[in-house]
Design a protein around this ligand. Structure first.
Ligand code: NAP
Length: 264
C-alpha cells in the first residue's frame, strides 16, 4: 500500500511535545519529509530521534512561531532543504493563565493571541504564498473545543481558538481558486504537556478515573488520535474538505449540557 503522504514536505509547529510530536511521527510514518519546529530544543531532539529510529526523514528548527520573519524563514528553509512545501500544520499553542474574567488585564491576552492566533495566521500567510504558486497544498491549524463553546478553557485561550476557526474559514475563501485548503482540528481533552498538570493532580488525588468523563466515549484522548485526523487533512484523501473546523473530542461538543438518563 502506498504511504498516504508520500512525496509531501510538511512543516509541523509545536513538534517538540504532545500533539505536534505525535503528528510529526505519523506524518513521517506516512512518507512525508518533516520540518519540525518548536521553542523546546530538547523536545525537538526527542521527536527527531523517534522519527529517525523508525527510518523517517526530519529536520528540526528551534524557533518562536509567533514571529513573522521566523515563519517566513521556516517556509524558505523547508523549500530549500526538503525541496518544497505541500503541508503546514500550525499547531503550537499555549494555555495562558487561568485568571477569572473580571481579574484579567489586557496584557494577559497578548501572549495568548500572539502564539495561538497570530502564529497560525503567519503559517497560513507564508505557507499559502508558496503553495499557491506550486500547485496548492493543505494548511492545518489546531483550534480546540474551547473555540466552539464555553466551558473548556480560560477566556483568552477560548477566544484565541475561536479566532483560529474564523481564520480557516476566511482564509479558505481568500485563497479561492489557488488549490490551497485550510482546515482546523478542534481537539477535546488530550494528555499532553499542556494538560499534564491537571492529569498529575488528578492522579495524585487518586481521581484519574474521573478524567474525560464528560464525553460519550467516557475517556480522554491520546495525541495520536489528533495526529490521525491531521494525516487525513494533510493527505489527498481530504481533497474536498476545506474551511472546516473538525472536532476530535469523543463527542464532547455534540451536546448541550443534559442530565444523564433523562433525554437521549
Ligand atoms: P504541548 O504538549 O504543550 O505542546 C505544545 C508545544 O508548542 C510545546 O512544545 C511548546 O513549547 C510549543 N510552543 C509554545 N509556544 C511556541 C512558540 N511560540 N513557538 C514554537 N513553539 C511553541 O501541548 P499540546 O496539547 O500538544 O498543544 C498543541 C496544540 O493543541 C495547542 O495549540 C493547544 O492549544 C491545542 N489543544 C490541546 C488540547 C489538549 O487537551 N492537550 C486540547 C485542545 C487544543 P514549550 O513547552 O517550550 O512551551
Amino acid at each position: 500500500m502506498t504511504a498516504r503522504l508520500a512525496g509531501k514536505r510538511a512543516i509541523v509547529t509545536g513538534a517538540g511535545s504532545g500533539i505536534g510530536r505525535a503528528t510529526s511521527i505519523r506524518f513521517a510514518e506516512e512518507g512525508a519529509l518533516v520540518l519540525a519546529a518548536d521553542l523546546n530544543e530538547a523536545g525537538l531532539a526527542e521527536t527527531a530521534e523517534a522519527i529517525e529510529k523508525a527510518g523517517g526523514r526530519v529536520r528540526s528548527a528551534a524557533c518562536d512561531v509567533s514571529d513573522e520573519a521566523t515563519v517566513e524563514g521556516l517556509v524558505a528553509d523547508c523549500v530549500a532543504e526538503l525541496g518544497g512545501l505541500e503541508v503546514i500544520y500550525a499547531n503550537a499553542g499555549i494555555g495562558g493563565g487561568m485568571e477569572p474574567l473580571l481579574d484579567l488585564r489586557a496584557a494577559d491576552w497578548e501572549p495568548v493571541l500572539r502564539v495561538n492566533l497570530i502564529g497560525p495566521f503567519l503559517a497560513v500567510k507564508h505557507g499559502a504564498r508558496h503553495m499557491k504558486e506550486h500547485g496548492g497544498g493543505s494548511i492545518l491549524c489546531t483550534a480546540s473545543v474551547a473555540a466552539l463553546r464555553s466551558g473548556a478553557g480560560p477566556t483568552p485561550y477560548s477566544a484565541s481558538k475561536a479566532g483560529v476557526v474564523s481564520l480557516v474559514q476566511t482564509a479558505a475563501y481568500q485563497l479561492s481558486g489557488t488549490g490551497v485548503r485550510v482546515n482546523a482540528i478542534c481537539p477535546g481533552l488530550i494528555e499532553t504537556g499542556m494538560t499534564r498538570p491537571m492529569f498529575d493532580a488528578a492522579r495524585a488525588a487518586g481521581k484519574e478515573s474521573r478524567i474525560g468523563q464528560l464525553n460519550p466515549l467516557k475517556r480522554y484522548g491520546a495525541p495520536v488520535e489528533i495526529a490521525n485526523m491531521a494525516v487525513f487533512l494533510a493527505s489527498d484523501e481530504s481533497s474536498y474538505v476545506n474551511g472546516q473546523a473538525l472536532a476530535v473530542d469523543g463527542g464532547l461538543s455534540s451536546s448541550h449540557p443534559y442530565v444523564p438518563g433523562r433525554i437521549a
